[in-house]
Ligand binder design. Sequence first.
Ligand SMILES: [Zn+2]
Length: 171
Amino acid sequence: MRCPYCADGSSRVLDSRVVGRAVRRRRVCQSCGQRFTTYETLPPPALTVIKRDGRVESYDRSKLLRSLRQACYKRPIPANAVEDVVDHVEAELIRAGVSEVQSRQIADLALSQLSCLDEIGYICYASSVRGLQTAEDLVAEVEALRALQRRRAESRVQMRLQFDLDQPHWN
Ligand SMILES: [Zn+2]
């Protein structure tokens, strides 16, 4: 692994962390002593996303990252937290073994992650994906957030992607 500061080839791994499908390694250069982080990640899942209006597009990791970054803008969360959310969402999509997913289901997975990361980020993201219009919508979303947090606390497991056709969903 080449050091990004001095291009020396010898670095030592200080710490490795698995996040979703990615591995982050904190390294120190043996030559100049600078520290840097490397990421090993699999390519994003090849998925077809069905949008709310029925249009179809390919899954785009950067788009999901962008909308989550917007929702979490200036929130006091760790630097890699938004990447972690996307990694967890992708891991769950891969676990589900599907080739097609609705955009709403991706949003639900991201919201499940946000519910235990940052409440304001959750509300901002919910607002952008569900189009909250009124104060009542906002109150309903806060109640949904609390219900989600309770479910997560009770089951102590991550929210799983549901593919039942009659599953109640958000509009
Ligand atoms: Zn170096």
